[in-house]
Structure formats: structure tokens, C-alpha cells
Design a protein around this ligand. Structure first.
Ligand SMILES: NC(=O)c1ccc[n+]([C@@H]2O[C@H](COP(=O)([O-])OP(=O)(O)OC[C@H]3O[C@@H](n4cnc5c(N)ncnc54)[C@H](OP(=O)(O)O)[C@@H]3O)[C@@H](O)[C@H]2O)c1
Length: 389
């Protein structure tokens, strides 16, 4: 960091997918970032990740990395004791992008999403931080009917997963902590809107694609069965996420809650996204189901069934007719935020990038095309024989 008397933020989770995008966004904006690292993570590794993300966005990666300071992250109960060290580094704000996305490991979810958040709040109080920014998720409302509003949520009739419940509980901690706050709730984050580059883990849409690659690619077939409800799939591109997050931190008043997701009108439905994917594989028969209860109990081969089972939680989440209030994002757009919405075509860009990177998918595609060509040739020669006989 250039000068200890300049102010800066403490960014927790800078090594994660979204945290590193946010770190890059703040550094490019000329801000100063203190990033606590743990385990084998290094400053060099973080800078390498940031550079790769910037290059993928056609941004010159040679920015001023003196404005990035890394410190080591102590065990969770000792985090509040970092206050003196961080005051000396000029930290006056906390941006919390760390989290566990494990759907069902309640112990881990408590450790990361609840205990870590509590400890960071205590640190924020000792620092007398001007704001506590929390990266949450749009789905933390749980399964509720109608418009999901940009307010704190009550306990819903049902939660998709323990994960969404833990994020809602963490939001309540932030809301009640007595510090000014900002809560940012993205929907499913997918790759860059122009090139499809994606550096995250196999979550959301990437779980669907990666599981298909694992269970289906490499196993010849002519029939495929998909869960594909006709409801909108709520996604946001990673470049839009970064721009929206930085703009929210700069422009929104204290105690704001923001849904970061694409315009409802431009979003494709799950059915459209699945059809676009199914269209790649040249199979002769494809079945789409609106609801899990429609999936036939027999007649689906083992690997297709395994794939459906593996993706069932995300399929259930996707089948819910989510609708998110986006009034705050609309205000940011009106104030000049450039935000590229997800469309079926931009999902195609991400899909093409995923398939191009996947050896298994490439081999499977070639095989299927060869089989299709030989099937077509066989049926053409049959037609010729019957035409001359
Ligand atoms: N990805 C999405 O599509 C998406 C969408 C909506 C909301 N979100 C939210 O965004 C958050 C981050 O997601 P992501 O995709 O960036 O996840 P990620 O790539 O798995 O990154 C998780 C980050 O949290 C840190 N972390 C995990 N456990 C920790 C602990 N016990 N103590 C300190 N740091 C810890 C990790 O540090 P290490 O590198 O040291 O492990 C890493 O920096 C999640 O909480 C999720 O709720 C994500």
C-alpha cells in the first residue's frame, strides 16, 4: 500500500472467484485494498489471478499493485485482534466476499458463513469501520411466492438448501451489527459477456455443464433426458457483477440491499438454455421435463439418471419462478453503470468457451458427428438402392 495515512478497505475472500474480481475492480478504480490470505495462498498468486481476469476482459493488467497489501489471516476467534495492525494500514471499511457454497455441510456453513461473519463484524466495531459490505446471494430469500424484495428476509416456508439459510442468517447479523452496511445479492454468476472466460468453480450453470461432461460425454447415446422448466434462469455475467459491485460500493447510501441480476426480459428460460446445450450433441431423441415429477422412473439409462440425480438440487432451485426486485440496480444504471445483461446469445458465448476448453466434450462432439455422418450416409445409400430397384 502506498501510504499508511491513506484510507483503504479490508477485503476478505480476495482469493475466491468473486473476491478476486472485486479486488481487481477496486484496484482498477484507484482504491487501496488490504487482503488477508490463509493457507498456501500468496500475494503473487493473487496478482496472477487478477492479471488473468483483466487480460480476459481486454484490460491492461499492469495496474499499480502497490495499492494491494496482503496480510495473513489468523484463526477466526483472533480476527478482531487484527484491529491495531489494520488501523495502522489505514483500513476503515470491511468488504466481506468470503463464503462457503457447500449446499448441505451445516458445520462448514456455520464456520464460514456465520462464525467468520460474526468475527469480522467484531473487527469492524473495533475499527469503527465506516461500512460493512457483505456479499450474499439473491436466493437467500428461500422459496417464497412473488417478487423477492430488496429488504431483509423473514424465515420462508422452505429453503432450497442449508446454504441459502446460512446466507440469510449472515445478512441478519450484518443488519443488526450497528455498523452502516451494504448487502449485495448476485444471482448465478457466469463467464465474461464478450468472451465467455470463467475462472470460478463448477457452480450453477457450470455444475450442469461440468456434470454432463463427467457423466455423459464419452458414452455413446442417441437419447437424452433433461430437466428444463420454462421459467427464467437468473444469471449475471462476471464483468457485470464486478462493475455492479464497485458501482454499488461507490454510489449507494448506507444500509442498502441490492439484487445484482440481469433484466428479467432479456434472460432466457431454463428450457432455452438447456435446448441450446442439447443442440450441440447431435442426438436423435431429446426429452425435456417441466417438473421433476414428470421424469419417468424407468427407461432412462444409468449415466443420464446419475447426471439428473447429481444436478437435482440446482434443478429444483431453477424450477422455482424467481422474480427479483431490481430497483436499486436500475438506479445505478440510470446513474451511468454499464451493465451487460445475460441473453440466450451471451450464454452461448460462455457455453462455447466451456466446450472449447473441455477435451472430453471435444472428443464426444467429434464422435457423435462421425456417427451422425455415417448414419446419414447409410440412410442415403439405402434410399439410393430403393430408388434404383
Ligand atoms: N459464484 C456464484 O455464482 C455466486 C453467486 C451468488 C453469490 N455468491 C456468493 O459469493 C461468495 C463467494 O463465492 P465464490 O464463487 O467467490 O466462492 P469461492 O471461489 O469458493 O471463494 C470463496 C472465498 O472464501 C474464502 N474462504 C472460505 N472459507 C473461509 C474461511 N473459513 N475463512 C476465511 N476465508 C474463507 C476462500 O479463501 P481460500 O482461498 O483461502 O479458501 C475464498 O477466498 C459465496 O459466499 C456465495 O454465497 C456466489
Amino acid at each position: 500500500m502506498t501510504a499508511a495515512n491513506e484510507n483503504g478497505m479490508l477485503l476478505i475472500g480476495a482469493t475466491g472467484y468473486l473476491g478476486s474480481l472485486v479486488t481487481a475492480g477496486f484496484l482498477c478504480d484507484g482504491q487501496r485494498v488490504v487482503a488477508p490470505l490463509r493457507g498456501s495462498n500468496t500475494r503473487e498468486g493473487l496478482i496472477k489471478q487478477i492479471k488473468e481476469d483483466l487480460i480476459a476482459e481486454d484490460i491492461n493488467p499492469e495496474i499499480d499493485y502497490d495499492r494491494l497489501v496482503t496480510v495473513s489471516l489468523p484463526p477466526v476467534n483472533e480476527i478482531p485482534d487484527m484491529a491495531t495492525q489494520l488501523k495502522d494500514l489505514g483500513v476503515n471499511e470491511i468488504v466481506h466476499c468470503a463464503g462457503s457454497v457447500d449446499y448441505f455441510d451445516a458445520k462448514k456453513l456455520k464456520e464460514v458463513n456465520i462464525d467468520l461473519t460474526s468475527s469480522l463484524i467484531e473487527l469492524g466495531k473495533r475499527l469503527n469501520a465506516k461500512r460493512f459490505v457483505y456479499l450474499s446471494t439473491a436466493f437467500c430469500s428461500g422459496f417464497v411466492d412473488g417478487l423477492v424484495r430488496e429488504i431483509l428476509h423473514n424465515t420462508p416456508p422452505a429453503d432450497p438448501t442449508e446454504y441459502t439459510k446460512s446466507k440469510r442468517e449472515a445478512e441478519a447479523l450484518v443488519n443488526n451489527c450497528g455498523l452502516p452496511f451494504l448487502i449485495v445479492r448476485p444471482s448465478i454468476v457466469i463467464g465474461d459477456s464478450r468472451k465467455g472466460y470463467y475462472s470460478g468453480k463448477a457452480y450453477g450453470l457450470y455444475q450442469f455443464w461440468a456434470a454432463f461432461e463427467k457423466f455423459i460425454c464419452g458414452h455413446s447415446r442417441s437419447v437424452l433426458h433433461f430437466m428444463a422448466p420454462m421459467v427464467k434462469l437468473h444469471m449475471i455475467h462476471q464483468d457485470a457483477f464486478k462493475a455492479g459491485f464497485v458501482a454499488a460500493c461507490k454510489n449507494l447510501p448506507d444500509n442498502s440491499i441490492l439484487h445484482l441480476t440481469s433484466r428479467y426480459e432479456t434472460l432466457p428460460t431454463v428450457r432455452e438454455v438447456v435446448k441450446q446445450w442439447a443442440g450441440l450433441w447431435d442426438v436423435s431423441e431429446v426429452h425435456y421435463y417441466q417438473d421433476p415429477s414428470e421424469v419417468p422412473p424407468t427407461g432412462i439409462d444409468r449415466r443420464n439418471r446419475m447426471w439428473l440425480d447429481f444436478t437435482s438440487v440446482n434443478n429444483d432451485i431453477a424450477a422455482h419462478p424467481w422474480q427479483f426486485q431490481t430497483a436499486t440496480l436500475d438506479q445505478l444504471r440510470t446513474a451511468g453503470l454499464k451493465f451487460r445483461d445475460v441473453t440466450l446469445d451471451t450464454v452461448r458465448v460462455c457455453q462455447d468457451n466451456f466446450v472449447a476448453q473441455s477435451q472430453r466434450a471435444q472428443t464426444f462432439l467429434r464422435k457423435n458427428r462421425d456417427q451422425l455422418t455415417s448414419r446419414t450416409q447409410a440412410s442415403e445409400s439405402k434410399t439410393l438402392i430403393s430408388a434404383v430397384s
